[in-house]
Design a protein around this ligand. Structure first.
Ligand SMILES: NC(=O)CC[C@H](N)C(=O)O
Length: 383
């Protein structure tokens, strides 16, 4: 066998050797696994993956290359990727470049040639492990040092990463969803004003808000209630994002509490859902290995209908802690964890999963319409 050029060391001392691609170097992170069969580019550029290396259980990546329009943010955010096979040469008319070159240009490490079934079992058994991932074209690894670095990684509990990946300045977002062959369809004039607080927002969420006719202004994660209300919005959106919701909640919760008191329609996704729950007085906990994939069944407790959803979270809202007046609306059919909530008598709701997909099925896209309807109902009532 040729000399391994990549090494993945878990904090418990388990070591995987493989072939490096993308950038050379070293990184420490939490390791999770994602079961999506498509969408490696969207996954690697989802800001919620800050501080994480992603194992892909689907064995092939690279097939569709890299297409700039498919970025969920400007740069890859996940620290690295681990896959079974080396990336395939791209074969798509949309591909602008190949996966490995793109990762290299963005300083992100890839590792192929790994028994990802064994690795995924390890993640399920021990909980998302802390790891060191190294890529050296010469294949010179100090394995003990890598294990020690994995052990020294502090973990995501207590980490506020949203502030790092959030926009520094507010901006208007006007690009809609992909309307082939015309590209992204722009926002219509005169739609309701929505303030989207960016804790690490995926672009397809902003596009989905535009798709239902909203005029979207994005604010940094640290925006205060005063900043939000100064824009005289018709609705508040709380985005997805990385890290521990409790840590980001330290500054987000006071803002959310104050804004929802005004009766403003509010919609949260993933980290936004978790922080809305915290603002309402519930608690969040770290999961064993989380939910990351594009095939997660979720039950709508109101209708009994099952949605196949896109998921990416390692923390969860503890449903036992939801206070009176807050209803659990959705649950995961994998493990019964909370997947949605609604405040009784108020246009305030959120979901743990990703109705914007990217990648994943579109079963839950109706939630953006529900937000728009809540905004219209309040605007109508105010007239
Ligand atoms: N996608 C997200 O918003 C993730 C939320 C949070 N960082 C978690 O891991 O649970």
């Amino acid at each position: 066998m040729t000399r391994p050029t990549a090494c993945l060391a878990l904090a418990d001392g388990t070591v995987f050797m493989g072939r490096g691609f993308g950038a050379a170097g070293e990184t420490v992170a939490e390791l999770c696994f994602n079961t999506a069969m498509t969408g490696y580019q969207e996954i690697m550029t989802d800001p919620s993956y800050a501080g994480q290396v992603v194992t892909f259980t689907f064995p092939h990546v690279g097939n569709t290359g890299i297409t700039p329009e498919d970025d969920e943010t400007g740069d890859p955010v996940a620290e690295g990727m681990v896959v079974k096979w080396d990336p395939t040469e791209p074969s798509s008319w949309r591909a602008a470049r190949d996966l490995s070159g793109w990762l290299a240009a963005r300083g992100r490490i890839g590792m192929g040639g790994v028994d990802t079934r064994r690795l995924t079992r390890a993640i399920r058994q021990q909980g998302a492990p802390h790891v060191a991932l190294a890529h050296d074209p010469e294949g010179a690894f100090d394995i003990e040092a890598l294990v020690a670095k994995a052990r020294a990684f502090p973990g995501l509990v207590g980490m506020d990463l949203a502030r790092d990946v959030s926009t520094r300045q507010s901006y208007r977002w006007s690009e809609g969803k992909w309307g082939w062959p015309d590209g992204h369809v722009a926002a219509p004039e005169g739609g309701p004003r929505v303030v989207a607080v960016d804790y690490g927002a995926k672009r397809n969420i902003l596009r989905s808000l535009v798709h239902v006719g909203c005029d979207v202004t994005v604010l940094p994660a640290t925006a205060t209630a005063e900043d939000v209300l100064a824009l005289e919005p018709d609705g508040l959106f709380l985005s997805n994002g990385p890290g521990d919701p409790a840590a980001t909640g330290a500054y987000a919760v006071p803002m959310i509490r104050e804004v929802i008191e005004t009766g403003l329609p509010t919609f949260g996704i993933c980290l936004g859902h978790q922080m809305l729950a915290l603002a309402l007085g519930a608690g969040t906990v770290k999961m064993n290995h989380g939910h990351h994939g594009a095939n997660h069944p979720v039950k709508d407790l109101g209708t009994g209908k099952v949605e196949i959803t896109s998921m990416n979270h390692g923390f969860t809202v503890d449903a036992q802690t939801l206070p009176e007046g807050v209803t659990q609306t959705h649950v995961s059919l994998f493990d019964g964890t909370n997947c949605g909530l609604r405040v009784e008598g108020r246009p305030v709701f959120s979901v743990q999963y990703h109705p914007e997909a990217s990648p994943g099925p579109h079963d839950s896209a109706y939630l953006f319409d529900r937000f728009r309807d809540a905004i219209d109902a309040r605007r109508g009532a105010a007239r």
